[in-house]
Design a protein around this ligand. Sequence first.
Ligand SMILES: [Zn+2]
Length: 157
Amino acid sequence: MDMKIIKSEKRICSCCMEEHEVKTVLVMDQATFKNSTVDYEASYFFCELAEELYMDEQQMQDNDIRLKDTYRKKEGLLTSAQIGEIRAKYGISQSDLCLLLGWGGKTITRYESHQVQDKAHDTILKKINQDPEWFLSLLNGAKANLSAESRMFLVKK
Ligand SMILES: [Zn+2]
């Protein structure tokens, strides 16, 4: 098996329960996601005594994102990190971007982690990246919405 060692640390190994050098390694894994076979690099711990690969909760989470990001690249979708970069470029928070686009409040947060965006949403995010003027017009539109809501709130009071 092809293993890329990225870290080695002497500690209690939760595979064999002995203290020894536990290596953190990257290996190619294969998974099926949305009917697509995805080969991706997954992170594991390696126990040399038992010759076994295992992972902890954090790696399980990370590997799921690695799988989804590889799938996104394969399908020509933005990766979770790229969505974060677009947002950073405009200095807008996850929830404010959702507000601008009329999406559910946690949509961008989910897209920047485990949830793979659909094609339509992906196209909109790419358009924001390439078209600052369009983004600005959305921003103006949202400002109008906000003040309208505030006005309604005042009338109710
Ligand atoms: Zn071990």
